[in-house]
Design a protein around this ligand. Sequence first.
Ligand code: DGY
Length: 322
Amino acid sequence: MSRPKILIARAISPEVVTVLEQHFDVRSNQDDIAWSPAELAERLQGMDGVLTTGSQRIDAALLAACPQLQICANMAVGYNNFDVAAMTAAGVQGTNAPDVLTETTADFGFALLMATARRITESEHFLRAGHWKDWRYDLFAGAEVHGSTLGILGMGRIGQAIARRGAHGFGMQVVYHNRSRLSAELEADCKARYVSKQELLSTADHLVLVLPYTPEAHHTVGAAEIASMKPSATLINIARGGIVDDVALAKALASKTIAAAGLDVFEGEPAVHPDLLALSNVVLTPHIASSTMGTRRAMAQLAADNLIAYLGGQAPVTPVNR
Ligand code: DGY
């Protein structure tokens, strides 16, 4: 009996490729080229499964071009690259990679918050450019982190992990808004208080966005929302580009409507809006919140576990449809 065939859409840990090779005929993109949708469809011909990274769009057109495809295993917790309805209609299983990246992503969210509040990259650029001549009373004076109010929009696993860091590690008052309220036990564990979105915007000293990107979440934070934040506030986005209106944010940062932003994700990434690039009060990173070697390996392994289970006739470990 011939073995199922799978495609690995971008380079991943060789150890995980080796595991997959024990189960499947594997074709992998170890040159790590970002294929166009047409190139991906071409390489998916005859494939039963694909390991995707969150950058490959799986939609009705691709599925129609690849009728043999049975499963798309995303090595990301977010799966807005999947048209889930089209996948379900085509009988294709989708899976994601939750949990294994929670703490690493929360670490990064906190690092970005601190770098933004304490102006770390801005001051490093100043130093490297040779502008540091003497000690100054207010040199790169930033915003307080400890004891301040941490706002979290989207209180899933990553939001809760950020809340714990803020409340237990930095003595912050944590307020959050979410589609549904957490249980009393979880609120106590995170020391977090549920508030309306409006109260969240107006009370947070540091507002962290951790909600999933869906069509309804498009531009959840736009000009009006930013205008209702404190002028001293910082905005951190580690969720998805598209949740923030980048043009409105750039205008607000330029006019000091809010003090600063830290962004790991962008509308239309890897392109970054030039107005953001021109500003010094924004810390910009290239979608790396989950990027430690250990976590990336765990994400790839979970995607591999989903492929092995599903193509071996078992239920997938972390399904997103069906
Ligand atoms: C995720 O898991 O959704 C991350 O954004 C991928 O890097």
